[in-house]
Design a protein around this ligand. Structure first.
Ligand code: AGP
Length: 374
């Protein structure tokens, strides 16, 4: 049942639209509500015997490639906030190129949809040799990474066929948010924050249903962008990862140059590219970085930038006073879960751009679903 296209034309389209269900499956049995019907706890069976060790780690190192790396990047801030343990990021091939330091006191978290990616696997071997605790987050039960790590969590997103990873990305973020909650434990000072996140997780499938209604709007946007050479995406904070992942989706399937840029770096180079022709998406949903993104928008507008602004519902006037930019309004959720919502319009945009440009959606040229060679 999982591996036919059902009512959809392409696997990627199906996998984008089934995210309310795949996220529900990812969370099933792992979020526990207390007696008063209030969300209370997270239970990750595969980690329960290792949580103490993880909490005492010198640092947590996320290791992955491509979309899986981006998912870990999206989860990094909440892991730092709830665990209090320093979190660093490693692209698997780069860790190997540098033979970067890994310590016995580290916890290394390997993120991989397939569980078979060669670079990630070699990084796992290297990390095991260096004595760190290795945690696997994969979508494939019995995969090499799942088997060779000390413990782990399956994301249970269901089989993903499209080369462009979509539903696995959102499920990976949700698993890592649950990981942050589990590592964070039960400190009183963070109780309210934890409960807000757990409530947000319960409601997330509904919010994804809501954001999927932007399908036609994204198709219209794709029609406008069909002949463009390039697309920039500016994000920061929780949504720096969304900028990287949104650009990766457009690049890998629509074969259009696209670059995700950390908005805080804008003045250090990318600003030189801005003119009235180059389309730029600015992610400015409501979180602690909102006013900084408002100021980025002002600066881009002052240079006549051609802006598409993604904002929280009801914020259109405050992100684009006086009009003049195209606005994509998305439902607002708890800040650390916002990347799960915000990526969906990019997935839809990449999908429609690809179909309109006449390229192969499920099997982009030169790419394989699982990169098993170095
Ligand atoms: C995602 O759209 C890409 N096809 C690619 O970046 C992928 O995420 C990467 O190769 C890692 O794969 P993995 O998650 O199976 O390890």
């Amino acid at each position: 049942e999982q591996i036919n296209k059902g009512k959809y034309k392409h696997y990627m389209q199906k996998e984008i639209h089934e995210q309310p269900e795949s996220l529900t499956t990812t969370m099933r049995g792992r979020l526990l509500r207390g007696g008063s019907c209030k969300a209370k706890t997270v239970l990750l069976g595969g980690l329960k015997d290792h949580l103490k060790t993880i909490r005492r780690s010198r640092r947590i190192v996320f290791i992955g490639c491509g979309t899986s790396y981006n998912a870990a990047l999206a989860a990094r801030p909440i892991l730092e906030e709830l665990s209090g343990v320093p979190v660093t990021m490693e692209i698997a091939s780069d860790l190997l190129d540098r033979q970067g330091p890994i310590y016995r006191e580290d916890t290394a978290v390997f993120v991989s949809q397939s569980g078979e990616t060669a670079d990630t696997l070699l990084a796992l071997e290297y990390t095991l040799e260096n004595g760190a605790l290795c945690v696997g987050i994969t979508n494939t039960v019995g995969s090499v990474i799942a088997r060779n790590t000390h413990c782990g969590v399956h994301i249970n997103a269901g089989c993903e066929i499209g080369v462009a990873s979509t539903k696995a990305y959102t499920s990976q973020i949700v698993v890592m948010a649950m990981l942050a909650l589990a590592i964070g434990g039960d400190t009183i000072s963070k109780q309210e924050r934890r409960e807000a996140i757990i409530d947000g997780l319960f409601d997330l499938p509904n919010k994804i249903r809501e954001v999927l209604k932007l399908d036609q709007e994204m198709k219209d946007l794709a029609k406008l962008l069909i002949a463009e050479q390039s697309l920039l995406v500016f994000g920061r904070g929780y949504n720096y990862a969304t900028a990287l992942e949104g650009a990766l989706k457009v690049k890998e399937v629509a074969l259009m140059h696209s670059e995700g840029i950390l908005a805080g770096e804008m003045k250090h180079g990318p600003l030189a590219l801005v003119d009235e022709n180059l389309p730029i998406v600015v992610i400015a949903t409501h979180d602690a970085c909102f006013s900084k993104q408002q100021s980025v928008i002002q600066q881009l507008r002052a240079r006549k930038g051609r802006l598409i602004v993604m904002c929280s519902k009801g914020d259109a006037a405050s992100v684009c006073p006086g009009g003049g930019c195209r606005v994509i309004e998305v439902p607002q959720v708890e800040d650390c879960l916002q990347p799960v919502v915000n990526i969906v319009p990019f997935q839809l945009l990449a999908y429609h751009l690809t179909v309109l440009r006449g390229y192969n959606v499920d099997q982009p040229r030169n790419l394989a679903k699982s990169v098993t060679t170095q």
